[in-house]
Design a protein around this ligand. Structure first.
Ligand SMILES: Cc1cc2nc3c(=O)[nH]c(=O)nc-3n(C[C@H](O)[C@H](O)[C@H](O)COP(=O)(O)OP(=O)(O)OC[C@H]3O[C@@H](n4cnc5c(N)ncnc54)[C@H](O)[C@@H]3O)c2cc1C
Length: 401
């Protein structure tokens, strides 16, 4: 099943990494994914396997013990993993974003402290912007960090924290007034705090509570939580980059690479849906022949495969643009938007091909059908992607007349 979603121009190392990951997905993830997902069970053994493969340090520079690979290699691995089970890609995605933010914006001491242990998967990252009253409108954040001697005191409630329970390092975006008088633009008075904590639920550190897992329609197995800060004290050297007021930009930089990864997840889930649909269509007979021989079903398969190809090409283009050092917000926004919409459509078509059986929990497509909608929301909804794309287009095509 490798005709679709091929990537030209990969070097030997990239090809070897991808083939190892694909093998791991086929042998260790696909056979257990649906069972674990139905039980909402954390995939501990799979995570241990990912650690052994070095995937938690894939993009962390070699000097910190990582593999120092490109965003493209990372995105292609995410695509493979999501093909097996989207929740597993969620476990490494927030870790990857925090490691990337540290690499790009951290002080030398912060890099030395966290990156080597993150590369081994010993320290696991989560990032937290959203609050109960906001997600898209990041500038409206109300959680606050107030300076008190050599520390900051953090108060506020955060929402939708992927890996909130299992992580030990959370990058938390708060408003910080210190040095930013009243009236400062909201995005210039935000700070990312690096919050270390014990994994688990309840009061995981004085002033910090992770209440429990949010019960979700899909994307199960991976924990998504709230985070409550009530007088949480953070040393001043845990301000990301050492300077307050940079948090909004640091988070947006992280989310931008995160968007390529959500696109890659959409590609992976769509590929799996296609594989399931094309296999079922050749086994199920109606009116004396396999349903794959009815033109209406062949047209569906043709549309699905075309969408898989198009989404993959755009995702690869966005990753390569970032790897070349160029600004890629336009391409990342387009890839995320297209891949998540196409994913939902391909999954729906595969579901329809399964007829009534698609509605049964015995069939994998039932799980994919509940997973695909998350991609329409995470790392910015479709509407937010279109706002980013539209603004950038008006910059690029400024009317000169
Ligand atoms: C399973 C899951 C995991 C998540 N993990 C994380 C995480 O790890 N960290 C984190 O910080 N967040 C996380 N999120 C939060 C996610 O980023 C937000 O849900 C998302 O950004 C949307 O925000 P919202 O839910 O508040 O919707 P809202 O912002 O309230 O939007 C509601 C609707 O209005 C639309 N809308 C909003 N503004 C505009 C506008 N200006 N023009 C047109 N339409 C608009 C939106 O597109 C959407 O359709 C997660 C969410 C989920 C569901």
């Amino acid at each position: 099943m490798t005709r679709l979603a091929q990537t030209a121009g990969l070097n030997d190392v990239q090809q070897e990494i991808l083939s190892t990951v694909r093998d791991f997905v086929d042998k260790e993830i696909i056979p257990v994914a649906t069972r674990l997902e139905h039980r909402d069970e954390y995939p501990t053994e799979i995570v241990e396997g990912l650690k052994e493969l070095g995937l938690f340090g894939l993009m962390i520079p070699e000097e910190y013990g990582g593999l120092g690979e490109s965003l493209l290699t990372y995105a292609l691995c995410v695509e493979e993993i999501a093909r097996g089970w989207m929740s597993v890609s969620g476990i490494i995605n927030t870790h990857f974003i925090v490691a990337y933010m540290l690499k790009q914006h951290g002080t030398q001491e912060q890099k030395d402290t966290f990156l080597p242990r993150m590369a081994l998967g010993e320290v696991r990252g989560a990032f937290s912007m959203s609050e109960p009253a906001l997600g898209s409108d990041v500038a409206a954040i109300t959680s606050k960090g107030v300076k008190d001697g050599d520390e900051y005191v953090l108060n506020g409630q955060k929402m939708w924290l992927t890996n909130g329970g299992t992580s030990s390092l959370v990058a938390v975006l708060c408003r910080s007034d210190e040095g930013h008088p009243e009236g400062t633009a909201p995005h210039k008075s935000m700070t990312t705090f690096l919050v270390e904590k014990e994994p688990g639920f309840g009061e995981v550190r004085p002033g910090l509570t992770i209440p429990g897992k949010i019960d979700k329609m899909g994307y199960k197995g991976v924990d998504t939580t709230e985070l409550i800060m009530d007088g949480l004290r953070i040393p001043a050297n845990r301000v990301l980059g050492g300077t307050t007021g940079r948090g909004f930009y640091q988070m947006m930089d992280g989310v931008e690479v995160g968007r390529v990864n959500v696109a890659a997840r959409g590609c992976g889930v769509a590929q799996r849906a296609f594989e399931l649909g094309v296999a079922y269509a050749q086994q199920r007979h109606t009116f004396g022949k396999p349903i794959a021989q009815h033109q209406a079903i062949q047209f569906k398969l043709a549309e699905m495969a075309t969408k898989v190809e198009a989404a993959h090409a755009m995702m690869v283009n966005a990753a390569r643009k970032k790897d070349s050092g160029e600004r890629n917000d336009l391409e990342a926004g387009m890839a995320k938007y297209l891949a998540s919409e196409y994913c939902k459509e391909v999954v729906e078509d595969a579901f329809r091909i399964h007829g009534g059986y698609g509605f049964s929990k015995e069939y994998e497509i039932e799980r994919l059908y509940r997973e695909a909608p998350m991609l329409l929301i995470g790392e910015g909804t479709a509407e937010i992607q279109k706002m980013i794309i539209g603004r950038r287009l008006l910059e690029e095509y400024r009317f000169q007349g």
